[in-house]
Design a protein around this ligand. Sequence first.
Ligand SMILES: [Zn+2]
Length: 341
Amino acid sequence: MTRDPVRIRDLVVERGATRRGFLTVGETGAGPVQMPVVVVHGARPGPTLCLTGGVHATEYPGQTAVRELTRGLDPATLTGTVIGVPVVNLPMFAARSGFVSPIDGLNLNRVAPGRPDGTITELIAHTLFTEILSLATHHIDCHGGDLGEALWPYAAYRMTGNSELDRTGEAMARCWSPGVVALFRDGTPMIPTGTVTTEAAKRGIASILGECGSDNGLDPADVQTHLRGITNVMRYLGMLPGDPVVSPRQLVGTGQFQVHARRGGLVRLSAAVGQTITEGETLGEIWDVFGDVVETLRAPSRGLVRLVWTRKVVNSGDAVLKCWVTEPAPPFPVTDRFIGT
Ligand SMILES: [Zn+2]
């Protein structure tokens, strides 16, 4: 339930008001490192939803959705509270750095929940967890394809074993996603540790990952996908009027695999994100510097292409694309089939 008033350091937000400011998280030789925060404190009590963008700060559609949503909300008609952090990682934002911070080389989405005595990225994570997420009941971390990545939209939730929390997290992912929903568990392959959503869920926050957007771009359609997803989750949580609308064609990502290049050269892919590939299908070719085809890439099994690396040159062993193994999603509302596993 929403605290009243909301206090984040010297930012004090009374019910029915919107306020914004910056939190200083640490210092470089050039001055303070800050984190922007906007609080929309609804007139009626309800859930506290945290929206984070720019954990990877060159992923622009998600952070733009956080900006647009918080600017458009009317606290007089909002139930509950939205705490938005449009750009969590301002050093990356300023330097236009993909994946890792230009200051300490760390990936914020691998070092959560951070450390109070850490370097700048760890301090950003620590501030996010101790001063912002600690106020939240629900959370959406808005990501997308980073530099050199083309991505098919999906939402993911990390199952915790807490049945009530997992039921909410799964439902939020179903409400957010226009297509694929992934529910990660202990032992799920290719799932990194230290992600913001995983660590938030461990702390009892229904925290999902919303992914849409590609390769340093800011396509308005991708911003709309984020906005639709967030708005749909807010309807599910009763923060906005109306019922959530869930696509009847959703898929559950039950596994994933990557296709790697064995030979170095120029990649000419024929497969694209969102495409369903079948075992043995030709995905593209690798040419050497003279233009001879040195490798033909083939699908090892059936899958939905979820990520393509858009770089034109690969070396032996590089991943070229990543796929979901999928099955149709069960009807919504969510049943008990995933609970407590
Ligand atoms: Zn990301």
